[in-house]
Design a protein around this ligand. Structure first.
Ligand SMILES: C[S@@+](CC[C@H](N)C(=O)[O-])C[C@H]1O[C@@H](n2cnc3c(N)ncnc32)[C@H](O)[C@@H]1O
Length: 258
């Protein structure tokens, strides 16, 4: 696809992006194993616990949480179609009494202050930024409550220009793991654990399932320049990962409110 190197994801129509990602189980890199591993650092959850999953998408990770953690889980996403699919998924797994999706925005949450035991967010805090999200969400957590988020991070201090440029456009707040940990501490949390998502969270779980959707999209939207460029962008993003995966990835950051 021509010119994709110069096109930013911010320029694509939101509904097109949502239609595309409604067709895949996950809307970002991740895995059930990574969700369960992150959960293993979090203690004191009970049937009375209140958990929020912000930017939950169709609930890939939320359903895993629902199956492995006690308490009530509220998924929040800005896109109604994702929430509709989320609630269908919860019902299919018979989790609907404990796992509920609600349309809302992570920058305008209506949870009670100090009402949550755990805030989860996989591949979504970037929508308002890591520092802003951690800072603003903190008031909704009880003291001793946990936050667990995944965030794009650099693995090295220096990297090739092509990948540096891509991320500076996509998400300039990307930073190294020690810098992210320091930001978490500064935002009022004890950094409890960090770990890098394994490669298959990107490839098998995120990029591979998109291939069939891309072929379908290109047929459905033949001649639609924006759709074609969007698919080109997704393919370019996957190519960049293959080429530069030694330099960046998603990292789980788990912190405890003090
Ligand atoms: C990369 S997807 C990750 C979805 C899911 N957590 C996963 O890992 O599969 C980012 C999600 O954030 C949602 N989102 C974007 N802006 C948001 C906002 N302001 N409030 C809540 N959700 C938002 C998108 O609709 C999308 O579902």
């Amino acid at each position: 696809m021509s010119n994709t190197e110069n096109t930013s994801i911010h320029e694509f129509d939101f509904s097109l992006i949502c239609e595309y990602f409604s067709s895949t189980e996950r809307q970002g890199p991740g895995s059930p194993e990574a969700t369960i591993k992150a959960l293993s650092f979090i203690d004191h959850l009970t049937d009375e616990s209140r958990i929020a999953d912000l930017g939950c998408g169709t609930g890939g990770q939320t359903m895993v949480l629902g199956q492995h953690a006690p308490g009530q889980i509220t998924g929040i996403d800005v896109f109604p179609d994702f929430i509709r699919l989320f609630n269908q998924n919860a019902a299919k797994l018979n989790l609907q009494d404990r796992v509920k999706g609600i349309v809302g925005s992570m920058d305008n949450l209506s949870f009670q202050e100090e009402g949550l035991d755990l805030i989860w967010s996989e591949g979504a805090i970037y929508n308002i930024g890591f520092v802003r999200g951690l800072t603003e969400w903190r008031k909704f957590l009880k003291t001793g409550g946990f936050v667990a988020v995944t965030e794009a991070s650099w693995f090295t201090d220096e990297r090739p220009e092509e990948i540096e440029k891509f991320w500076m456009d996509a998400y300039p707040e990307i930073d190294t793991i020690p810098n992210k940990v320091a930001q978490m501490q500064k935002a009022g949390y004890i950094p409890v654990a960090t770990f890098i998502l394994p490669e298959y969270c990107w490839t098998e779980n995120y990029h591979v399932p998109q291939v069939a959707v891309q072929d379908h999209f290109l047929k459905k939207y033949a001649g639609n320049k924006m759709a074609e460029e969007f698919i080109g962008f997704q393919r370019y993003e996957a190519e960049l990962y293959t080429k530069y995966k030694a330099y960046y990835g998603y990292v789980f950051y788990i912190g405890k409110k003090i």
